[in-house]
Design a protein around this ligand. Structure first.
Ligand SMILES: NC(=O)c1ccc[n+]([C@@H]2O[C@H](COP(=O)([O-])OP(=O)(O)OC[C@H]3O[C@@H](n4cnc5c(N)ncnc54)[C@H](OP(=O)(O)O)[C@@H]3O)[C@@H](O)[C@H]2O)c1
Length: 463
């Protein structure tokens, strides 16, 4: 008995000694990091060269390597594929052009940016496995071709190293089926310890006609908004998913919200693993600048709305603004929420205008818009993806004042594509969390949370 007691005393003594040694080591490293940041106590550990100095829970190897884990929904085609393509091409350079402007921090506060990656895990979240795998093959083939065309030796070496550490996986997720989203999230939690970017790109629109009178009115009174944000397009109304939820709403809003909630812990792990906060990028559209006075507070799932697509994008901006304000207020490990829009580009989204005479008319309209110097009509999904890749990579520090603006407006990044010049990104503070919008966003959050919680037990039973 006495020997057993002596043994346990010894074990306790040794583990206390070890704990103290670890704590002293950590304190020394913390002090070291404070010295380098000129006395500012910063929660994560960057110095002005952008090298990770020290992270509590990261291994030595992790400390030295920056490896984003990026999930892109709807990655198999259109703008989602463009985002994947663009991300690879950007990250194989030491200083990705899409990350500009890249101003240096002077306040000693941590920067929030993603550059100098020596590898990447890209999860292409697709509804259909076969088309996901075809897209993956195409993506890697194009990327290899891109590397083979690089001319500068330094770029080639860097790109080859990045390629070796590149892991592209296809995962099946149908956003209109809550159990599919929860299953994908469970798989992700099993495989990865953190997620650095969630790019919520997937979306549907069910345009099926044109209302002649409103069309003429908008074309004559506001010709530019008639093309950028048409209010005269008819949409199918009232469709529901197998989960009993509004179809467009679940595809564009709820499905992503469920994914966000299910991967919350992995996003919160990002600062520990990579030294910087994760980012959630919400794909919106140009049309949200329109007046939303007809928004119906009693139709959150947009089953009665005449414009479920445009209203879903407005809701996305409301959600992102509220979640971002909460992150900035708490200053906790949570992710930044950023809103982007791709301009207007011909993809599979608008099935109605993709046919016959409408297709010809659409092409003519886009060409005319470009000729009259509108920058909102990129010629490819690759160009349209620039706002998303920029939001994923840019140093947020120079934008901090705008992110934290006292009037609580949401920063929105726009893809811009001038004729015969390279695409670029502009940003503005489009949506303001005033009294009305705050109440609306709170209401959407309540409904999303309630539905998310109602789906959880179903998933647990299936497992
Ligand atoms: N094109 C534009 O001019 C434009 C303008 C403003 C905003 N946007 C936004 O940009 C985003 C991408 O649109 P896009 O133009 O690239 O359209 P797209 O070519 O139709 O691509 C949509 C993508 O979303 C996926 N998707 C749709 N429903 C899904 C579901 N239930 N579960 C999982 N994935 C689903 C599609 O998968 P499948 O292949 O399986 O159908 C496809 O990969 C959308 O959010 C859209 O609202 C586009």
């Amino acid at each position: 008995m006495q020997i057993e007691q002596l043994g346990s005393c010894l074990v306790a003594l040794i583990s206390r000694h070890r704990k103290e040694a670890v704590e002293t080591d950590a304190q020394n490293k913390m002090k070291e990091s404070e010295d380098i940041t000129h006395g500012f106590t910063v929660p994560c550990y960057w110095q002005s060269t952008g090298t990770v100095l020290y992270c509590d829970s990261a291994s030595m190897e992790q400390r030295m390597s920056i490896r984003p884990v990026v999930i892109v929904t709807g990655a198999n085609r259109g703008i989602g594929f463009g985002i994947c393509e663009r991300l690879l091409r950007q990250l194989c350079y030491g200083s990705p052009p899409d990350s500009a402007p890249n101003a240096r921090s002077s306040s000693g506060r941590p920067w929030e940016f993603w550059q100098d990656c020596d590898g990447l895990t890209l999860l292409m979240a697709c509804r259909n496995s076969a088309s996901g795998h075809t897209a993956r093959e195409q993506l890697l083939k194009q990327f290899d071709l891109h590397i083979s065309r690089l001319k500068e030796l330094a770029h080639i070496e860097r790109a080859k190293k990045f390629r070796e550490n590149l892991n592209v996986e296809v995962a099946v997720v149908d956003l209109t089926v809550a159990s599919s989203v929860l299953k994908f999230a469970a798989w992700t939690r099993e495989k990865f310890t953190y997620v650095s970017h969630l790019i919520f790109n997937a979306g549907i629109a069910q345009f099926n006609g044109v209302r002649a009178l409103p069309a003429m009115k908008q074309v004559f009174i506001h010709p530019s908004t008639a093309v950028k944000a048409p209010r005269y397009l008819k949409e199918r109304v009232g469709d529901k998913t197998g989960d009993g939820v509004g179809l467009v709403w679940q595809s564009n809003v709820l499905g992503h919200y469920i994914l966000l909630q299910s991967l919350k812990e992995l996003l919160e792990e990002c600062p520990n693993a990579q030294g910087t906060s994760a980012r959630v990028i919400w794909m919106s559209s140009l049309s949200t600048f329109l007046d939303h006075s007809d928004y119906n507070l009693h139709d959150i799932q947009l089953t009665a709305s005449q414009h479920p697509y445009q209203d879903s994008k407005y809701q996305i901006e409301l959600l992102a603004a509220a979640l971002n304000q909460a992150k900035l207020k708490s200053n906790a490990n949570g992710a930044f929420h950023l809103v982007v829009e791709p301009g207007i580009v011909a993809t599979g989204l608008d099935q109605f205008n993709n046919r016959g005479l409408w297709r010809v008319l659409r092409t003519l309209t886009f060409v005319t818009a470009r000729l009259v110097n509108s920058h909102s009509f990129p010629t490819s999904a690759h160009d349209a993806a620039i706002s998303a890749t920029h939001a994923a990579l840019v140093d947020l520090h120079p934008l901090e004042a705008r992110l934290e603006s006292s009037d609580k407006s949401q920063l929105k990044f726009h893809s811009r594509a001038p004729l015969k010049r390279k695409p670029y990104v502009s940003y503005d503070q489009s949506l303001k969390l005033d009294e009305v919008n705050t109440a609306r966003s709170a209401q959407i959050l309540v409904v999303c949370d309630r539905l998310y919680e109602s789906f959880l037990p179903v998933q647990i039973q299936r497992e």
